[in-house]
Write a protein that binds this ligand. Structure first.
Ligand SMILES: *Cc1c(COP(=O)(O)O)cnc(C)c1O
Length: 442
């Protein structure tokens, strides 16, 4: 061993000395002494190996500490997909974020504070959901849309048959297929009709004493056009009511009432009014809330679902209940704002952001574009929008900035769609693009 290297080894600061440094001690108080000590040891090793001068141990330890909270990074969604699955679908409203913070500590989620006794879990959330959909006899909330379906299939059709159209056996994404999910509960699928056409007679022929329920699934991420036929929930309800067979409608997106901006999107109120016995939906799609599965419908059926043992395994967290209630009680939320944004306002925002960027010497164009609902919803619907068109080399530095900016590269340009960016974030977007350009030109 060289003398120089031996000298280096002797100069490695002792663990206790490093941990006593005020900044390192503060980090240890926040993240735990053991976690920080592991980092100190790793850095000492680098000094021993001669890769780091001994006097740089403290800064190296601070730099090597993992982030104190989440490793998730904030992202400005400029993709033009309102509900971007890979960016976590719906963004919570400020009211929902406040509600999450309130619920984070001890909270009366399951206690009546007047009597001090146990109370129904999430009763405020359930009341808000009932108020939002008066046609529902009762409501229940589970972990997500898939959980809602799994609970219905288990409670109403395990060992029995679910009658469903072949045109509605959809894959919801990432390889997950609804037919597999339904069969995993022990229910059997009784497929009727064909990919493009299913008639009332098809359903009628399949109904028997083995039928648990009839399922209608909204094919939310694709459209079938041309020679097609389907049966509305209302017609099915008329057929099934006399037989005591429930009709369950999976509307997918979570619209509680019709939205004129999305005329083809089914909603809970309309499905129930048409005669559906149960409706299932997601909380973090067009409703604009947290990930959740909504179950709305006939009170007796909802009670069966609530009491089923599986319900406990699909129970939602208090943070979800808080965010969902705030979403239901407050009208505005980022999803609704993005779906309903006026294109002329988006144009003006684009022009203002472009002007600020040009002031910083950045080459940018403004052009019309089309945004989408995304998240497997409203296929084929284009929302007129405006985008900033930038040099494509900016895509990676923007995505790896903090906050990150996610756009889309199309036709050799990086496009940033302002329909999916909250208006309040426009100035931040300018700063982030300026910082990314500086990083690239350095
Ligand atoms: C999205 C969707 C689901 C799954 O809901 P998650 O909340 O993602 O579990 C089920 N059915 C339909 C029709 C959907 O669109």
């Amino acid at each position: 061993m060289h003398a120089e290297q031996q000298d280096q080894r002797r100069r490695v600061p002792r663990t206790d000395a490093v941990l006593a440094d005020p900044q390192v001690a503060a980090a240890a108080a926040e993240r735990g002494r053991d976690a920080v000590r592991d980092v100190v040891r790793a850095v000492q090793q680098r000094v021993r190996a001669g890769d780091l001068p001994p006097e740089e141990v403290v800064p190296a330890v601070l730099a090597a500490l993992p982030p104190a909270g989440t490793t998730l990074r904030r992202v400005l969604n400029a993709t033009g997909a309102v509900l971007h699955t890979n960016l976590g679908r719906a963004q919570l409203s400020p009211a929902a974020v406040d509600a999450v913070v309130t619920a984070a500590g001890a909270t009366d989620v399951e206690m009546d504070l007047v009597s001090g006794r146990r109370a129904r879990r999430g009763r405020g959330t359930l009341a808000a959901l009932r108020a939002a959909v008066p046609a529902a006899g009762d409501v229940h909330v589970v972990n997500n849309g898939a959980a809602a379906l799994a609970l219905v299939a288990t409670a109403l059709a395990a060992g029995r048959e679910i009658v469903v159209s072949r045109g509605e056996l959809v894959e919801i994404g990432d390889g997950f297929r609804l037919p597999d999910l339904l069969e995993s509960t022990g229910a059997r699928l009784r497929e009727v009709g064909t990919t493009n056409r299913t008639t009332l007679a098809d359903y009628r022929a399949a109904l028997s004493e083995r039928t648990g329920f009839v399922l209608k699934v909204h094919p939310s991420n694709f459209v079938v056009t041309g020679f097609t036929a389907g049966v509305e929930a209302g017609e099915l309800a008329g057929e099934c009511a006399g037989l005591g067979v429930p009709v369950v409608v999976d509307i997918g997106s979570g619209l509680l009432a019709p939205d004129p901006a999305l005329p083809a999107e089914p909603d809970a109120a309309t499905a129930l009014a048409a005669g559906a016995d149960l409706v299932t939906a997601s909380g973090d799609k067009l409703l604009g809330g947290p990930q959740a599965g909504l179950l709305l419908g006939e009170a007796g059926l909802v009670e069966r679902l609530r009491r089923h043992p599986l319900a406990r395994a699909l129970r939602v967290d208090k943070l979800t209940l808080a965010a969902l209630e705030a979403t239901l009680r407050a009208a505005p939320n980022p999803t609704r704002a993005a779906v309903h944004a006026d294109p002329s306002v988006l144009h003006e925002r684009c022009l203002a952001v472009a002007e600020a960027l040009r002031g910083g010497g950045i080459d940018v164009a403004v052009q019309p574009s089309a945004a989408v609902v995304g998240g497997g919803g409203a296929p084929g619907v284009e929302l007129a929008s405006w985008v900033l068109s930038l040099h494509p080399d900016l895509a990676v530095p923007l995505r790896t900035g903090d906050p990150a900016v996610a756009g889309r590269v199309e036709g050799g340009r990086l496009l940033l769609d302002l329909r999916t960016v909250p208006t309040a974030a426009d100035d931040l977007l300018v700063d982030l693009v300026v910082a990314a350009v500086r990083g690239v030109s350095r």
